[in-house]
Write a protein that binds this ligand. Structure first.
Ligand SMILES: Cc1ncc(C[n+]2csc(CCOP(=O)(O)OP(=O)(O)O)c2C)c(N)n1
Ligand SMILES: [Mg+2]
Length: 581
C-alpha cells in the first residue's frame, strides 16, 4: 500500500519536473496562454476552478496577468470593459457549470454591445463526456445564441488553433464575443510541441479596416457636398473600431453637426462647435441628410421609425445591420473610420462657399436650441432641495469630471438622468452597458478601465440597486491596484421600475417588489482600508467628491460617496416609458 502511494507521488513529481524541464512537450493550458499572447491579450479576468488551472500555469509562463475576482459576472464585464478600453480582444476564463452560467450576463452584454470578448470555459474530461461529470452542462448550446462563435476544443493539438479561430470570429463584421469550451483532459494533456497547431501572431487574421464599395464612397461624398442641413450620428462602433479621429475630421472638414451616443460619447469635448447632444430630435426632423454611423436602429433609436429625412445613409461594420428595421437611401458596410476618411478625401475641396455658409447658419440654429435646452434643465441641475434632486447629483458629477476621468454609468433612473448632464471630455471616457441594459456592469468596467489606463481617474455612478449586485469586487479592484470613485445615487429602491408600477397600479399595489432597505454604503470599503462618506445635502456633494478624489490618490483604495436622492424624481424617459415603445 505504502509503496503504491509512494510510487504515485513520485509519478506526480516527475510530471511536474517534466513540465518545467522538457521544452519539447506542451500542455493544453499552456497552448491557450501562447495563443492569447499571440492575440495581444495581456490580462485575463477569471474565477478559479479545478477544470481550468492549467490555463493559469500557462499564463505564468507567458507573462499574462491573472485578475481573479469574486463573481464571474464581474470577470466577464471586466474583460468586456478591458476590450472597450484597449481596443484589443478581452478574455474571461471561467470554470465549468456555474462558472459559465455566472458569466452569461457579461457575455450577453458584450454581445449586444458588439465588444470583442473571448470566453474560455472549463468542461469535464472528454473521457467522461455526457456521463454526468462534476459541473457538466451543455455550455456550447447555452452560449451559441449570445456569441458569434461557440465550440468545444476536441484535441490538445488544436487548442491554440481554436483560440485563434474564436478570436478571428470576434472581429468578423460587427465585433462580439466568442465562447470556447475546453475539456479538462484536453487542457492537461501534454503533447510534443511540434504536433501543436500554433498560428503565429499577426499571421492569422486580416485587417478589418475595409472601406466599402468605392462607388458608394463617391456617392456619399456627393450627398454630403450638396447637403444644406446635414447631421451625423456616431455610435459605439466609432469608438470600438477607433474611428473617432476620422469622425471628427469629417465634421470639421465639411462643417457638419455631430451627435454621439453610447461609447462614442466624448469623441468631441462639450463646447466644441461640432459637438451637439440635446437637439438630435430637432436636427433629424429638419435635416436634409442624416448619416448614421456604427449604431443599429434598435429601441434606442425608436427602431429608426421616427426619422423622416429626404436622404438617410447608414454605415456599419455589420452588413446584416445596414437597412435593418427601416429603409435607407445608401448603405455602406465597412470600418467606420476607414469609410469616413475615404469620404472626406473624396469630398475634399468640393464644398462650395454658399453651402458652407448655409451649414454655419444650420449649426448656429442648433447651437441656440442646445443652449435653450440646457437652460431648461438648469433649475433642476442647481436644485437645493432635500432630499437631494437626482439632477443635481448628475450636474455635480459633470462639473467634477476632469479631462482624464472615465465615467461609467451603472443603474436605473439616476443613471438615465446622468446622461442628460454628464459630458465626458475625451474619447473612451464614457462607458455604459449598452443595449442589454444590464445592471451590475460598473464594478467590472471600473477595474478594467483603471487597469487599462492607470493614469486616468475612474468614476462609476451607481444606483443603489446596481451597486448591490457586484460591489464586493470593489475589493478586487483595490487588490489589483485599480481603485476608483464609486458614487451612489441612493433612493432605497429599484426606482426606474417602481415608477412604471406606481403609474400603472397606483401607490397601493405599485410599491411591490421594488423597494430596498436604507443602506449606508459608505461603511463598505472601510473593511479593507477604503474610504466613504454619506451625503444628505446638495451643497455637500462637491466637497465629498473632491475628498474622494484625494483619498483614492493618497491611499490607493476606492472611495464610496453615498448620496441620498429623492425617490420621487424621475427621468423624462422613465416617465413616458420610452424604452418599451
Ligand atoms: C440585471 C438586471 N436586472 C433587472 C433589470 C431591470 N431594471 C432596470 S432599471 C432597474 C432599477 C435599478 O435600480 P437602481 O440601480 O437603484 O437605480 P434607480 O432606478 O433606483 O435609480 C431594474 C431592476 C436590469 N436592467 N438588469
Ligand atoms: Mg435605486
Amino acid at each position: 500500500m505504502a509503496a503504491e502511494a509512494a510510487s504515485r507521488t513520485t509519478t506526480a513529481e516527475d510530471t511536474l519536473r517534466k513540465k518545467s524541464s522538457d521544452a519539447n512537450v506542451i500542455s493544453g493550458g499552456h497552448l491557450v496562454a501562447k495563443a492569447l499572447k499571440a492575440e495581444g491579450v495581456d490580462t485575463i479576468f477569471t474565477l478559479c476552478g479545478g477544470h481550468i488551472i492549467d490555463i493559469y500555469d500557462g499564463c505564468l509562463d507567458e507573462g499574462i496577468k491573472i485578475v481573479d475576482v469574486r463573481h464571474e459576472q464581474t470577470a466577464a464585464h471586466a474583460a468586456d470593459g478591458y476590450a472597450r478600453q484597449t481596443g484589443r480582444l478581452g478574455c474571461v476564463v471561467t470554470t465549468a457549470g456555474p462558472g459559465c452560467t455566472n458569466a452569461v450576463t457579461g457575455v450577453a452584454t458584450a454581445f449586444r454591445s458588439e465588444s470583442p470578448l473571448l470566453h474560455i470555459g472549463g468542461q469535464s474530461a472528454l473521457n467522461q463526456w455526457k456521463m454526468g461529470g462534476l459541473q457538466d452542462l451543455p455550455h456550447v448550446d447555452m452560449m451559441k445564441p449570445i456569441t458569434k462563435f461557440a465550440s468545444t476544443v476536441m484535441s490538445t493539438e488544436r487548442v491554440a488553433d481554436m483560440v485563434a479561430m474564436a478570436a478571428r470570429e470576434c472581429f468578423n463584421g460587427a465585433y462580439g464575443p466568442s465562447y470556447l469550451e475546453i475539456p479538462r483532459d484536453v487542457l492537461d494533456r501534454e503533447i510534443p510541441i511540434e504536433k501543436a497547431v500554433l498560428p503565429k501572431a499577426g499571421k492569422y487574421r486580416a485587417s478589418t479596416k475595409s472601406a466599402g464599395d468605392p462607388a458608394d464612397i463617391e456617392k456619399l461624398a456627393d450627398i454630403l457636398v450638396n447637403a444644406e442641413r446635414p447631421a451625423v450620428l456616431f455610435g459605439q462602433q466609432v469608438w470600438m473600431a477607433r474611428g473617432h479621429n476620422q469622425a471628427i475630421a469629417l465634421l470639421r472638414g465639411l462643417d457638419i453637426p455631430g451627435y454621439f451616443n453610447g461609447a462614442a460619447r466624448g469623441s468631441l469635448p462639450p463646447g466644441d462647435p461640432h459637438h451637439f447632444d440635446r437637439t438630435r430630435g430637432l436636427a433629424f426632423g429638419k435635416a436634409d441628410v442624416v448619416v448614421i454611423v456604427g449604431t443599429p436602429f434598435d429601441f434606442r433609436m425608436g427602431y429608426g421609425k421616427r426619422i423622416s429625412v429626404p436622404t438617410l445613409v447608414q454605415i456599419d461594420l455589420g452588413y446584416n445591420i445596414v437597412g435593418k428595421n427601416r429603409d435607407v437611401d445608401l448603405g455602406i458596410a465597412g470600418d467606420p473610420g476607414t469609410v469616413l476618411a475615404a469620404v472626406l478625401q473624396a469630398a475634399s475641396g468640393r464644398l462650395k462657399n454658399d453651402k458652407r455658409q448655409l451649414r454655419k447658419a444650420w449649426m448656429k440654429q442648433l447651437t441656440e436650441a442646445e443652449e435653450a435646452a440646457t437652460q431648461k434643465l438648469m433649475a433642476m441641475f442647481k436644485s437645493e432641495q432635500t432630499p437631494i434632486h437626482p439632477y443635481r447629483v448628475a450636474y455635480e458629477i459633470n462639473e467634477f469630471l476632469s479631462d482624464d476621468t472615465i465615467y461609467i454609468g451603472d443603474g436605473g433612473d439616476v443613471v438615465t438622468i446622468s446622461a442628460q448632464a454628464v459630458r465626458p471630455r475625451g474619447p473612451g471616457n464614457w462607458m455604459d452597458p449598452g443595449a442589454l441594459g444590464s445592471l451590475g456592469v460598473g464594478t467590472g468596467f471600473a477595474m478594467a478601465a483603471k487597469l487599462a489606463h492607470p493614469r486616468k481617474e475612474v468614476l462609476c455612478y451607481y444606483g443603489d440597486g446596481s451597486f448591490g449586485m457586484t460591489a464586493f469586487d470593489m475589493e478586487t479592484a483595490d487588490r489589483f491596484g485599480a481603485p476608483y470613485i464609486a458614487v451612489i445615487g441612493n433612493n432605497s429602491a429599484m426606482n426606474q421600475i417602481r415608477y412604471g408600477q406606481v403609474a400603472k397600479y397606483g401607490p397601493q399595489r405599485g410599491n411591490i417588489g421594488n423597494k430596498l432597505g436604507d443602506m449606508e454604503f459608505s461603511h463598505f470599503p472601510k473593511q479593507w482600508g477604503g474610504w466613504g462618506i454619506e451625503v444628505r445635502e446638495a451643497s455637500k456633494i462637491a466637497p465629498a467628491l473632491r475628498q474622494a478624489r484625494e483619498k483614492v490618490v493618497q491611499t490607493g483604495k476606492s472611495a464610496v460617496v453615498n448620496i441620498w436622492v429623492d425617490p420621487n424624481e424621475y427621468a423624462p424617459g422613465t416617465k413616458n416609458q420610452t424604452m418599451y415603445k
